[in-house]
Ligand binder design. Structure first.
Ligand code: CTP
Ligand code: CA
Length: 237
């Protein structure tokens, strides 16, 4: 059941929530980014604060206004991070004192191998194309799971575009098993789904892949369902 805001059932819980999309620089004026607005992650942080938690919001690139609302809230400390590497360092450091870590950020899977110190110019290859070498970023969530202490709960989000012959849940279960998360919130994304919208739909699965909740609603409602699930799995331990 949904929990009323302000109920205080997360009183004293120390939580870290990452939100927003990382940007990987190509040169001083360009980057590789993604469509995350940060709304779902910020909603997760705000819902925790409303319910009494002490919140650190590790914010990558979050839409203006969305972040302003979070910064204004007592009980929320904001730490900024631009790239996946910065977000990883911040999340790792803040996780040391946390009871729950939620990775809602859209972390770039790759970064540019050689960032140009000067703005790249077409002069280098007039009329031709260019190739950017990309290298894989560390998996921050998997690292947090490896470093997880007794009593700590590690939560991930998975944005999926299921293909032929597989369900959203199949993909989510595979990802949960691969990452070792205590909880994974799986949501379907697409060109017109999941991003830049007020609403979201997630299925929350535990470490065994069992469905704890399925919720379609505002990002705030989804956030509260996630904290209900966190309380449920923490109660089991
Ligand atoms: N994540 C992370 N570090 C990365 C990539 C992703 O911590 N380098 C986290 C995200 O914040 C999210 C979860 O892992 O909580 C799942 O992200 P997702 O992109 O769905 O999974 P990937 O492992 O990157 O797999 P793929 O993109 O290939 O589906
Ligand atoms: Ca990814």
């Amino acid at each position: 059941a949904a929990v009323a805001a302000g109920r205080g059932d997360l009183d004293g819980l120390r939580v870290v929530v990452s939100a927003g999309g990382t940007r990987e620089p190509i040169d001083p004026v360009r980057y590789i980014g993604n469509r995350s607005s940060g709304r779902q992650g910020v909603a997760v942080a705000l819902a925790a604060a409303e319910r009494g938690a002490e919140v650190v919001l590790v914010a990558a690139h979050v839409d203006d206004g969305v972040l302003a609302a979070a910064s204004a809230l007592p009980g929320v400390r904001v730490v900024r991070a631009g790239t996946a590497a910065e977000l990883g360092a911040a999340a790792e450091a803040e996780a040391e004192a946390a009871d729950v870590v939620v990775m809602a950020a859209a972390v770039a899977d790759y970064r540019v191998a050689e960032v140009s110190p000067r703005k790249r110019s077409k002069d280098a290859a007039p009329g031709g194309g260019i190739t950017l070498d990309l290298i894989e970023n560390d998996d921050i969530l998997a690292g947090l799971v490896r470093a997880r202490r007794d009593g700590q709960t590690v939560v991930g989000f998975a944005a999926e575009t299921p293909g032929e012959g597989e369900t959203l849940l199949d993909r989510g279960r595979r990802k949960a098993a691969r990452k070792g998360t205590d909880l994974l919130a799986v949501n379907e994304v697409g060109w017109a789904r999941g991003f830049e919208t007020a609403d979201n739909a997630v299925t929350i699965i535990d470490a065994a892949g069992d469905v704890l909740a399925a919720r379609r609603g505002s990002k705030q409602e989804v956030a509260h369902a996630l904290w209900d699930a966190v309380l449920e799995v923490r109660g089991k331990r």
